[in-house]
Design a protein around this ligand. Structure first.
Ligand code: ZN
Length: 312
């Protein structure tokens, strides 16, 4: 790997960070409500925080943290200067060493743990950067949070210096790509083939466990409730409500026209799915709004289940 990049490994990304609030019951309650987690372990006397909240206690909010180091920014400047201008979060891993309880004071240190060799991916060529955060509760190590991003040069533009002729030709290619930008294709595999077969017939199919009859969505090989691998399907009635939504402004993506609303729709059958809301402007979407399934032909090859809302 490039020695300039290697030199970032081990550099601090944040030192002596401090959680903006101690571990507290209101944040735990909001989290559990949002996740639909009703475990009694997270309420009442002796309550602990859900382990997966680990990162929440370290977040800087809109005002940010003042204890970030410049290493991460310097690494970004270096990669962007070399043409790796795009970024995507790829995965995170957490380890839990002790439970967090209301009242615990949170401190943390973050380090750039590794910068990968240059990798080619479907998105483009770039470097995976892994940051490890060690999180302490009342001064004792409580868990670690590893966060990995890919900093990459989009596949349509090659990094490096170019001649004016190359620039012109690239601009033409980019304009063409933009004009023809297609929505991403769904990844169809053995586990979800049945769902997409249903979409072709304008049927929204939900998996039903053959053993305990629990419904599940998205499609999975096994039942989350009883681990049974046998299943059949039920067809959704098409009625649903907006359970939650976000409005996408950034990052811009050629196949989409921001701002647009992306919703989690709760189907009448009880399962939830992510989809688009059609039939009304993005700023008229509301939580609890009734919506109705329809099938949207996106292009020649792609048809998607979406949900139509109506104002008032
Ligand atoms: Zn089951």
């Amino acid at each position: 790997m490039h020695p300039l990049l290697k030199a970032f490994e081990g550099r601090a990304a944040a030192t002596s960070g401090r959680g903006k609030d101690p571990v507290n019951e209101p944040m735990i309650r909001h989290w559990c409500e949002a996740m639909g987690d009703t475990s009694p372990a997270y309420t009442g006397p002796g309550a602990t925080a859900p382990p997966t909240m680990l990162q929440a206690w370290t977040m800087g909010g809109l005002s940010g943290h003042t204890d970030r180091s410049s290493a991460y920014d310097e690494l970004f400047v270096l990669l962007e200067g070399a043409g790796y201008t795009s970024v995507v979060a790829t995965d995170c891993e957490q380890e839990y060493l002790r439970p967090l309880r209301p009242g615990n004071t949170i401190t943390f240190d973050a380090v750039i743990e590794s910068v990968s060799p240059r990798k080619s991916t479907a998105l483009g060529t770039g470097y995976f950067v892994t940051t490890r955060m060690d999180i302490q509760a009342d001064g004792e190590l409580a868990g670690t949070h590893r966060f990995r991003i890919l900093k990459y040069a989009p596949a349509t533009t090659a990094p490096g210096p170019t001649t004016p002729a190359e620039d012109r030709s690239r601009a033409q290619t980019d304009a063409k790509a933009k004009a023809k930008a297609l929505r991403p294709r769904p990844v169809v595999n053995r586990d979800n083939q049945g769902f997409w077969d249903g979409v072709k017939e304008h049927r929204l199919l939900i998996q039903r466990c053959a053993s305990c009859a629990a419904l599940r969505f998205p499609w999975l090989p096994g039942c989350n409730d009883c681990a049974c691998l046998e299943w059949d399907t039920v067809e959704a009635s098409g009625a649903g409500t907006v359970f939650s939504y976000v409005v996408m402004h950034h990052p811009p993506f050629p196949a989409f026209d921001p701002p647009y609303a992306v919703a989690v729709v709760e189907l009448a059958e009880g399962v939830r799915m992510v989809s688009n809301i059609t039939g009304l402007p993005y700023d008229k979407v509301r939580i609890g709004m009734p919506v109705r399934l329809e099938f949207l032909r996106v292009d020649e090859e792609l048809e998607l289940p979406v949900f139509r809302g109506s104002e008032g």
